[in-house]
Design a protein around this ligand. Sequence first.
Ligand code: SAM
Length: 292
Amino acid sequence: MIKDIATPTRTKEILQKYGFSFKKSLGQNFLIDTNILQNIVDNANLTNNSCVIEIGPGIGALTEQIAKQAKKVVAFEIDQRLLPILSDTLSSYPNVKIIHQDVLKANVKEIIDEEFKGYDDLMVVANLPYYVTTPILMKLLEERLPLRGIVVMLQKEVADRMAASPNSKEYGSLSIAVQYYTEAKTVMIVPKTVFVPQPNVDSAVIRLTKRQEPAVIVKDEEFFFEVVRASFAQRRKTILNNLNHNLTKYQLTKETILEALSEANIKPERRGESLSIEEFGKLSDVLYERRA
Ligand code: SAM
């Protein structure tokens, strides 16, 4: 019987057979531990009806474990050199389709419609290339793809920021952007030793469960995110000062901002990091009415 791809020996054999050299610039750190992969897949709660999008299959280590459980896997891989390897390593999984594209440039929505006709459960499962973790996740969330959720390996530091609660040093605009669309939970901390080559940073697996509705319903989403970003622009400044200095294009006077803060029941000397997502929602709505 053929061993799983994600064992140190089989991975080494595959890499040698194809003379593959890692490209650091593409975030190529491959997993060589089947238990970790199993854990990632278990956290996605797949059934044989599940459709899965993977980003960056590498030599197929995670793809293989997903394919064993899901109905179909569509994996985006940017590195052309991996295509012949994948068609070899995954040849016994007819439910896998590799798409040679940069996921950031791909029309994912169209691909979902084409590849997963009549699907009733759609998940993203991946060991992400770390140099583009945030743009990939924000693309998947902002495009409002019909996903149940996302389970991905990423830098621990980014996972901490995505899942952070108010009043912690990790809490910021990324926490709010992610938690606006999803419930975020770090489900595993992963040692460097389970990768080849080992990354420079610690890793974690995060589970993002899509909300039916955003965490707060606001009058204008774009404005809401601008208020959030402005509030965190200089973390040590008060919310009043940050809004006063960083929302200038809306010509809000200091007095107007004070009025809005009072209406939203937020003390002007508080800092952005102490505001809940609901408070940001209320604040952006009252400011929205007062903008020029
Ligand atoms: N899934 C494999 C594993 O767990 O062993 C490989 C994960 S490795 C961290 C990231 C993979 O993403 C690499 O195969 C890399 O070539 C690919 N990749 C990097 N940037 C990409 C992009 N923009 N679009 C699609 N794939 C990308």
